[in-house]
Design a protein around this ligand. Structure first.
Ligand code: GDP
Ligand code: MG
Length: 391
């Protein structure tokens, strides 16, 4: 997407990304749209900008309604538990039935499409963790630009992970899967890290442009990257790069703030399906490699016993149990990113504990013997018990 924006448009876009309130964002985006020259190279960008504007207007509208009437439809779901996982998919595939099967929520289930009108949360228990699973109104696959889709996509954007639900009895299953994947991608929700992903973090403490991550720039040097970012008034930022990334990808991510959401695909109604293996094979071919495709049945429970474990795995998190000397470990785990170190655990407990860190004793998978003494950069594993000693 080489948009070749004039400097004026770049400045407007920078204003948009700096805007804090929904109102300011709307205003900045409107100004940006009117400053972009309309031609082939800016088509995608304009499509994105108009969609984003529609989403923002919707958000503002919902907020106003809530303020005025008090009881407007509640579209935003407050996060609870270790992570929020949003389920989305076409009508009547069994999203609500899955929520009812794996959580204690009691959503309305019916053979009629569009029964679910509002997002509905339930808690999915996995060992000593709970994940918040959110059922959503159906996506309208035939009309990707529909404002109903905006709201559901808004929920997805705010989630920690996604579950895309389809069913074996859909007349055009593969096409539906492609269309939903495309709809997400078009709106800047990336479900796979294999494609190459750029994340731009403009943190206050950062000086200059720093590139991190496991990926690499394929067609440019870091100097080119710096120049591009400077044209968007980005001088201080951490650029996280996954997979192979071109300068165009970097520009797209400035323009469209793409976000990665770990994702799994469930194909429901396995109880009434025939030729499951072949269908799975075909769907897996459409889905990115790192998005698992799993046959389930809300009716029989098949495949859903493992859902908690799958969610835990896709979130790439681990549990750490802290303890004080001569005391039992806290039964409530701390949730940290896989790869976190002892000092990061200390930071989560208390800033002071991290500041005065001396050493830690660790029990569990990351050490050779129970109670082993480790330094601040020791990497913890799921289930570890950590006792931090400070000055
Ligand atoms: N055979 C079968 N029917 C199901 C299954 N899950 C849901 N259904 C039926 O499919 C219809 C739509 O279910 P619902 O959960 O409301 O779908 P939603 O629109 O995606 O929330 C209802 O008639 C359900 O009884 C399943 O695993 N197997
Ligand atoms: Mg439903």
């Amino acid at each position: 997407m080489p948009a070749n924006l004039p400097p004026e448009a770049r400045v407007k876009l920078a204003k948009y990304s700096e805007a804090k309130t929904v109102e300011d964002k709307i205003k900045a985006l409107e100004e940006f749209i009117s400053s972009v020259p309309k031609h082939k190279g800016t088509e995608n960008l304009m499509l994105w900008a108009r969609r984003r504007l529609a989403e923002l207007r919707e958000e503002l509208e919902l907020r106003k309604r809530k303020k005025v009437g008090g009881g407007g439809p509640q579209y935003f779901i407050e996060k609870a538990g270790a992570a929020q996982v949003v389920m989305l998919g076409p009508p009547s595939v069994g999203k609500s039935s899955i929520l009812a099967r794996v959580t204690n929520a009691k959503p309305e289930i019916s053979p009629f499409p569009f029964t679910t009108k509002l997002p509905t949360p339930g808690m999915l228990v996995y060992e000593d963790l709970q994940f918040q699973l959110v059922d959503t109104p159906a996506l309208i696959v035939e009309d990707p630009e529909s404002s109903f889709n905006n709201r559901v996509i808004g929920l997805a954007r705010n989630a920690d992970a996604l579950i895309l639900v389809f069913s074996f009895d859909m007349p055009d299953l593969e096409n539906s899967v492609s269309m939903v994947l495309e709809m997400l991608d078009d709106r800047g929700i990336v479900v796979s890290k294999s494609k190459g992903l750029v994340k731009i973090k403009k943190s206050r403490g950062v000086e200059g442009v720093r590139v991190i991550g496991h990926g690499r720039l394929v067609d440019s040097t870091e100097e080119d990257l710096r120049r591009l970012l400077a044209s968007y008034r980005i001088y201080n930022a951490i650029i996280e790069v996954e997979g192979e990334v071109s300068l165009d990808d970097v520009e797209a991510s400035i323009l469209t703030s793409r976000v990665y959401k770990p994702t799994i695909i469930l194909i429901n109604k396995a109880d009434i399906a025939e030729g499951i293996a072949e269908t799975l094979e075909r769907v897996s071919r459409i889905a990115p490699k790192d998005v698992p495709v799993i046959p389930v049945s809300a009716a029989s429970g098949r495949g859903l016993e493992g859902l908690g474990g799958l969610v835990f795995k896709m979130l790439n998190i681990i549990r750490v149990y802290t303890k004080s000397p001569n005391k039992e470990p806290d039964p409530r785990p701390l949730i940290v990113k896989r790869g976190a170190t002892v000092i990061e655990v200390a930071e989560m407990v208390h800033e002071r504990l991290a500041g005065n860190f001396k050493y830690a004793k660790v029990w569990g998978r990351s050490v050779k013997f129970p109670g082993q003494r480790v330094g601040s950069d020791h990497v913890v594993e799921d289930g570890d018990i950590v006792e931090i000693h400070s000055y």
